[in-house]
Design a protein around this ligand. Structure first.
Ligand code: SIN
Length: 330
């Protein structure tokens, strides 16, 4: 087939369940993620040949639980290189679902192009009955090839829905509709070749973001507050040289009194402390005298703890001043 008239899309594979393989087609758990190569993933979707001309690269073959900041740097830089080429109109990244939302948000804040970058994944391995990866991949390429996706930042195409990288989060351990954007809802839909956006993204991203990936990343960890919490982990992290701590707090990012005490000491030693919530939706407001004004902590707004960690890493790597401004802006 002559594909020269089709939009050229780069598909960068990193592994995940979309590239997973099980010995038995009826198995949707207990398989190995990240083993099927990108050429085989593409070959499983013949319909791609009428949507785009594909340039494929295998960037990694991992279970995304093992995603690293070093791999984020490699991925973001390769995306920027590809999008700088005139012939490439967009990039699709295949990824595991487990940390997809972290990678997507990292790319949303660091890729320097208005061209579409679309992440996709699967909840069932490629060998499963009713595997969801092939249709998700077709839809992701369709979105990346769509002019309407330009300038919308990094997107996640999953289960016929299009999500903003900032808002999307995994909400099920097994269901094929595993992703939601809790406070904001989906950006749009993709079905049978049709891409439809319902809203646009208002916070700065991609070329409008002040951040870039780093060669060396500051140590930033997430600590959870819970009944009977102690300050042991915070003290150990400070002793290990941590630069930032994100609290997965209760409710409005509130923290056990013992933990609060340890975090107050950490702030005094120069550690940036951001309060997010473990609740899964809603926002964390500045709480003045209780923590933020009294201790010097930062509120994460609508970012969940793992996305707040991404933003804090980027802000610390850039030596950004006024971290509350950063969290209020991005
Ligand atoms: C992974 O995140 O790599 C494994 C799980 C998945 O993709 O659903």
């Amino acid at each position: 087939m002559n594909t020269s008239f089709l939009p050229r899309i780069a598909v960068l594979a990193t592994g995940g369940t979309i590239a997973g393989q099980a010995g038995d087609a009826s198995k949707t758990a207990g398989y190995k993620a990240g083993v099927v190569g990108v050429d085989k993933l593409l070959a499983a979707v013949p319909a791609l040949s009428s949507v785009a001309s594909i340039h494929a690269e295998q960037i990694a073959s991992i279970d995304s639980k093992d995603m690293s900041a070093a791999l984020w740097t490699t991925l973001a830089r390769r995306i920027d290189e590809l999008l700088a080429q005139d012939d490439i109109v967009g990039v699709v990244v295949t990824h595991g679902t487990d940390t997809l939302e972290e990678t997507a948000y990292l790319l949303h804040l660091t890729v320097k192009s208005a061209k579409p970058v679309v992440l996709t994944a699967a909840m069932r391995p490629s060998t499963a009955l009713s595997a969801d990866g092939p249709l998700n991949l077709l839809n992701a390429v369709t979105v990346a090839a769509s002019a309407s996706a330009k300038g919308q930042g990094v997107l996640v195409a999953f289960n016929n829905q299009i999500h903003c990288a900032r808002d999307v989060t995994k909400t099920s351990t097994y269901a094929v509709d595993a992703f939601r954007s809790p406070e904001t809802g989906v950006l749009g839909f993709v079905q049978d070749g049709r891409v439809e956006f319902q809203r646009t993204v208002v916070r700065p991203h991609t070329s409008a973001s002040e951040f870039a990936v780093a060669d060396r990343w500051p140590m930033v960890e997430v600590v959870t507050s819970h009944a009977d919490a102690s300050g042991v982990m915070v003290d150990a992290l400070v002793a290990a040289g941590v630069k930032g701590i994100v609290i997965a707090g209760t409710g409005n990012g509130s923290m056990h009194a013992t933990l609060t005490h340890a975090l107050g000491d950490a702030v005094k030693q120069g550690v940036a402390v951001v309060r997010a919530s473990r609740v899964g939706s809603g926002h964390v407001m500045r709480n003045g005298a209780a923590n933020d004004d009294a201790l010097g902590t930062i509120s994460a707004g609508t970012l969940n703890p793992y996305k707040a960690r991404v933003l804090l890493m980027l802000a610390l790597a850039a030596s950004a001043q006024d971290l509350q401004r950063v969290f209020d802006t991005y």
